[in-house]
Design a protein around this ligand. Structure first.
Ligand SMILES: Cc1ncc(COP(=O)(O)O)c(C=O)c1O
Length: 450
């Protein structure tokens, strides 16, 4: 395919914006009203970053579909950016929530069900001890605190263009010369992240050894496959090296499964036999109800207990009044027991393969210099001809204008993709016809560009 005609792309985008305005008059009116009480007209900063010129106001969501206030229907491939990976409102989770809500929501006391959840997490992830939080951000934050507290080391290590939530220490990236710097857009950092963190490229074993060898790194925080800058798989042998080097230099390994839980019931850790010291996970764990977990080894548990004063633990920076509340636990139990099962994954992954093959077919048909990558029930296409091996390479291929066009074109034809990337998640509630509709719309979008 010849290079994209930028002038044409601008005009196409304008036409899609006009269509969007025409088909979303009620959302537009609500947005005008919302701007008078909500900063930016949205409850959370990111919600303004959708492809339209204002956000769609949702009306109802069920399974893999939702409707908006204007009566438009959508196939939801965003699924709350993994928070609703189960499909919206899974029956068993909804029933458990409805029952628990009658019996108490939060007490700062455990209900018996939490033990079932702890035992199930042991079984799935092969780590013996568990704690609860409300967001994956907090689960990561708490695991990092524990690692620093135990090791007495101040630094952490992350990979270039990783994302682990709004965790201060992780908002660091490499500039074009490979120099660490505060990540672009890092808002009001309490401390320059270069003082708390090291950052290297994923899949670079030599850089990993150099960074760890000073023995000042308490923990490496890693997604086992990078998912927040496209999907970047580890090179063969990378995980073995990561484990070996973290052990060699006395650094804990924290594996963040918040997105990679898309690979199976025990995440990438179980399917690839990883042996982290900590594992963190949030988002879909309770079918969309706020809930997160962090688990760790017996060695970590003992070392932490030895250094913990229980009398001071309420003000120690780890906890959260609502963490482990009865509602989240009931939702988590039902979701683990009846929703995020082997059957869930086998069904969803077949559909995801159909999705990936559809996109791949169009890329081949039009000889596009693009790729599509799949990980479990998650696929993402990226505007470069070869898979990137690290975040820096992937970041260099971002094309905000083209991204926006592809998203808005899809949105105007009843398809919601995940914002900030070209990512699609599939739940077993998605149908083969939904997937075919995406392939058709994706092809139609490409046809306008060639
Ligand atoms: C891998 C990973 N970890 C943690 C988080 C943080 O999740 P939350 O925003 O729910 O705290 C995210 C969010 O996208 C994520 O992708």
């Amino acid at each position: 395919m010849p290079a994209i005609n930028r002038e044409k792309l601008k005009n196409l985008l304008k036409a899609e914006e006009a269509l969007f305005l025409k088909t979303h008059p009620k959302s537009f009116d609500l947005y005008q009203r919302a701007r008078k009480s909500l900063h930016g007209g949205v409850p959370m900063l990111w919600m303004i970053r959708w492809a339209g010129t204002f956000p769609i106001f949702a009306k109802e969501a069920k399974g893999a579909h939702f409707t908006d206030v204007d009566g438009n229907d959508y196939i939801d491939f965003c699924l709350g950016d993994t928070g609703a990976m189960t499909g919206h409102g899974p029956e068993s989770t909804v029933q458990a929530i409805s029952e628990q809500i009658q019996k108490g929501i939060t007490l700062m006391l455990p209900f018996e069900d939490v033990i079932w959840v702890g035992e199930e997490l042991q079984r799935r992830f092969k780590l013996p001890f568990w704690q609860f939080a409300l967001t994956a951000t907090d689960a990561n934050r708490f695991a990092l605190r524990m690692a620093r507290h135990i090791t007495g080391r101040s630094r952490i290590l992350v990979f270039n263009y990783c994302y682990h939530g709004s965790v201060d220490e992780t908002l660091i990236s490499l500039d074009e010369e490979g120099t660490p710097m505060s990540r672009s857009g890092n808002l009001g950092p309490q401390i320059d992240p270069r003082e708390t963190s090291k950052v290297i490229e994923f899949n670079d074993i030599a850089a990993l050894e150099t960074a760890l060898s000073s023995r000042e790194v308490a923990a490496v925080l890693a997604e086992p496959v990078m998912t927040n800058i496209g999907i970047i798989h580890p090179s063969p042998g990378y995980h073995e090296a990561l484990r070996e080097l973290t052990r060699k230099y006395g650094t804990y390994l924290i594996i963040d499964e918040t997105h990679t839980i898309c690979t199976g019931p025990g995440g990438y850790t179980a399917s690839h036999g990883l042996q982290p010291d900590f594992l963190t996970l949030g988002k879909p764990l309770a079918g969309g109800v706020p809930a997160a977990i962090y688990g760790f080894t017996e060695e970590v548990s003992k070392a932490f207990a030895a250094k913990l004063s229980v009398d001071d633990s309420d003000a120690g920076g780890i906890g959260g009044t609502l963490a482990g509340n009865a509602l989240s636990i009931a939702a988590m139990k039902a979701t683990l027991q009846n929703v995020l099962t082997e059957e869930f994954y086998s069904k969803a992954i077949v559909l995801q393969e159909q999705f990936t093959a559809g996109v791949e077919g169009v890329i081949k048909e039009f000889e596009l210099p693009w790729i599509v990558k799949q990980l479990g029930n998650r696929s993402e296409y990226w505007f470069r001809p070869r898979p990137p091996k690290n975040g820096g390479e992937a970041h260099a291929a971002i094309d905000p204008e083209l991204d926006r066009y592809m998203h808005l074109f899809a949105l105007n034809r009843g398809i919601l993709m995940t914002p900030f990337h070209n990512m699609a998640l599939i739940s077993p509630e998605t149908t083969p016809a939904d997937v075919d509709h995406h392939t058709k719309v994706f092809r139609d979008a490409v046809m306008t560009l060639v």
